[in-house]
Structure formats: structure tokens, C-alpha cells
Design a protein around this ligand. Structure first.
Ligand code: SF4
Length: 359
């Protein structure tokens, strides 16, 4: 599925705490890191995820900490999700931030069911043959979000390669319903790659979401290994197409899969050159021993360095940290999204005036 990096949390924590973390790749740069543009970078060798010298499994480092949900709001959100028979990526991908996010009423609804037709090797969402889309789901999504009174929300989906349009029509109906029910909320959609068929991206964009997000997930060299049925060039073209259509665009990478610093920098440069507006960088956490192992725990200071690098390059907004997921703190992006939308409508109006004056 096209969405937030899966991770460990509560009900599965015991199982996962014991997960073996073998060496996935020897491609990590030596301490000191490769030469990159910009300020001095922290060592890239820190946060080794390999077993220690006695062969014992390592636990997560201290900076990977989930907050246990114990506030009433968390349980209210959970009950409402159940009542409306909705799915969330927060639960399906076992996101470690669920305690924090749901306590703020920030959740990421996952549409088109909870069975994905793809089998990405990082993702905890079940793979299989899904049911046909539920035609009543858009209404329930709108009802849920209207009750939460949010400034901004993210909706994502499972990949539906079984559907001729990849689920685009269902997406469009969901967006329309939500925009009608929540006229003051900004809406971000985190979609799949529609197998590269950009006409389906157009169907989604025509319903007027405020942000179009599609995750590159990892660097080009690892893309096939990590995402299996997807590819970096295809995802890049999806973002390029959305950008060309004037959308506010967002993408994200998981780190710690064996990528080098230079490869991350290249993706940051590429996406900036494309005009992507928002970038997220977070630590990959292995959902189970059947998923790709963690090659490295990226330390917080390295995430901070990458954030500064991307901001200095000119990204309007970057979320970068061990527990960052594509929808993490997205609720805080409402003002940024509104500012970009206002600036764009002023630019369009001024271009229209100039064109009128010239005739
Ligand atoms: S980071 Fe995203 S997926 Fe995780 S709990 Fe928060 S909203 Fe849900």
C-alpha cells in the first residue's frame, strides 16, 4: 500500500521486540559519511542495527519510543472508527505514533478496504484479494471527519491493482464528500502510483484535494527490493504529473534500509528540482521477521541534519525524525497549505490580469 511506514506498537510489541535484526546491506558509508554539499554532517555509522559481538539481538535505541495511549480522546476516536466500520493506516500499519496522534484526534483513514493487492516488503498491511469497494465508505469517511473538527487530515488507501481505475473514482467520491462535509479543513490524499496511469491521478486531482502525496519510500537503488511491484521512476513520474497539474505535492522516504547518505541527498535534490513542496523522512522499523530487516538506526542528529539540508535547499516544509511518518504532524501543515494555496491563487490572478492587459 502507498502509505506510512509500518512500525511496532503495543499489541505486537512483544513479538517484535524479539525480532532479529540482521545485516541487510553492507552499503552503509563509513563513519564520517561521504562528501555531500552543505554543512558538516554527522557520522553515518551511528545506530548500527546489527546484532552485537555476542550475537545478541539489539533492542530499539532509546530515541525510538512510543507513547502509550491512555487519554479518553484516544479511545473516543477508536470507538468512532469501529462504529463507522472504517480502516486506518495508524492501526493497519501498527504505527508507533498512534497514542500521540489519536490523542490529538489526528488519524489517517485508509480507504478501499484493508487488503492490499501489493506486497511491499516494508509494509504491515495484509496482502490478498480485496472485496469490491464499499460504495457507502465515502459517506462514512466524511461523517467521521466532520465529527472531529480538524484543521487538516490525511486519507490514504490500499493499492487496488485489481480495479480498472486503481480506485480513482472511489477516491474522487471520497474527496468530494469530505470537502462538502468539512469545508474549512485542508485535505491531503496519499495515493498509490495507479500503475503509472496518470489519467487516474487526474481523476483524483479533479476532485480538488488540497495536497497530493505519493511516497517514493526509498532511494532508486533499493526501490524494487523494497516495493516489489512499484518502481522509483514510475513514482517520480506520478509526482511530476501532479506537480505539472498544479497540485501541492508531498513525498516521503524511509531511512535505515541500507541507503547511503549520498543517495538520500540525491533524492532530496531530485524532488526539490521537481518542485515537491513537502518532504518527510523517518526511520524504517521492521514490522515482523517476515519483513525487511533494519540496516541501521539513523540517529536524531542525522535526521536534523537532513532536515536542515532540505530546508536550505528550498523545501517549504520538511518533517524529519526517527518517528516521522508521512502523516505525522500533518495536522500542523494546515497553515502552510493555506499559505501556498493563497499565494498560488494570487499568482494566477496576477497572470490573468497581465494576459487581459496585453490583449
Ligand atoms: S503518524 Fe500517521 S499513521 Fe501514524 S498514528 Fe499518526 S496519523 Fe496515524
Amino acid at each position: 500500500m502507498p502509505t506510512d511506514t509500518p512500525s511496532t506498537f503495543k499489541s505486537r510489541t512483544d513479538r517484535r521486540a524479539a525480532v532479529h535484526l540482521p545485516v541487510f546491506s553492507e552499503t552503509l558509508s563509513s563513519p564520517g559519511g561521504p562528501g555531500v554539499d552543505g554543512p558538516d554532517s554527522p557520522d553515518q555509522g551511528a545506530g548500527d542495527a546489527r546484532p552485537d559481538s555476542t550475537g545478541r539481538k539489539r533492542r530499539h535505541p532509546p530515541w525510538i519510543k512510543a507513547r502509550f495511549p491512555n487519554k479518553p480522546t484516544f479511545f473516543e476516536v477508536r470507538n468512532r472508527v469501529r462504529e463507522l466500520a472504517l480502516h486506518t493506516v495508524c492501526e493497519s500499519a501498527s504505527c508507533p505514533n498512534i497514542g500521540e496522534c489519536w490523542t490529538r484526534r489526528a488519524l489517517t483513514i485508509m480507504i478501499l478496504g484493508d487488503i492490499c493487492t501489493r506486497s511491499c516488503r516494508f509494509c504491515d498491511v495484509a496482502t490478498g484479494r480485496p472485496q469490491p469497494p464499499d460504495p457507502d465508505e465515502p459517506r462514512r469517511v466524511a461523517e467521521m471527519l466532520a465529527g472531529l473538527d480538524l484543521e487538516h487530515t490525511v486519507i490514504t488507501c490500499v493499492d487496488r491493482d485489481d480495479l480498472a481505475d486503481g480506485g480513482a473514482a472511489h477516491w474522487a467520491e471520497t474527496i468530494r464528500r469530505v470537502k462538502t462535509a468539512c469545508p474549512n479543513m485542508t485535505l491531503e490524499v496519499l495515493t498509490g502510483d495507479f500503475k503509472g496511469q496518470t489519467e487516474h491521478v487526474d481523476t483524483v486531482l479533479e476532485a480538488k484535494p488540497d495536497v497530493f502525496a505519493h511516497n517514493l519510500e526509498t532511494v532508486p537503488r533499493l526501490s524494487r527490493q523494497v516495493r516489489v511491484q512499484a518502481s522509483y521512476p514510475r513514482s517520480y513520474r506520478i509526482l511530476e504529473h501532479a506537480k505539472r497539474r498544479g497540485a501541492i505535492t508531498k513525498t516521503g522516504l524511509m531511512l535505515g534500509l541500507g541507503e547511503t547518505r549520498d543517495e538520500i541527498i540525491e533524492v532530496i535534490k531530485d524532488t526539490h528540482a521537481l518542485g515537491v513542496d513537502i518532504m518527510t523522512l523517518g526511520q524504517y522499523l521492521q514490522p515482523s521477521s517476515n519483513h525487511l530487516p533494519i540496516a541501521r538506526y539513523v540517529p536524531p542528529e542525522e535526521f536534523a541534519w537532513l532536515r536542515n539540508y532540505a530546508l536550505e535547499l528550498g523545501f517549504p516544509h520538511v518533517e524529519s525524525g526517527p518517528l516521522v511518518r508521512s502523516s505525522y504532524h500533518a495536522d500542523g501543515q494546515a497553515d502552510l497549505v493555506r499559505a501556498i494555496l493563497t499565494r498560488r491563487s494570487r499568482e494566477t490572478a496576477s497572470r490573468d490580469r497581465a494576459a487581459k492587459d496585453a490583449t
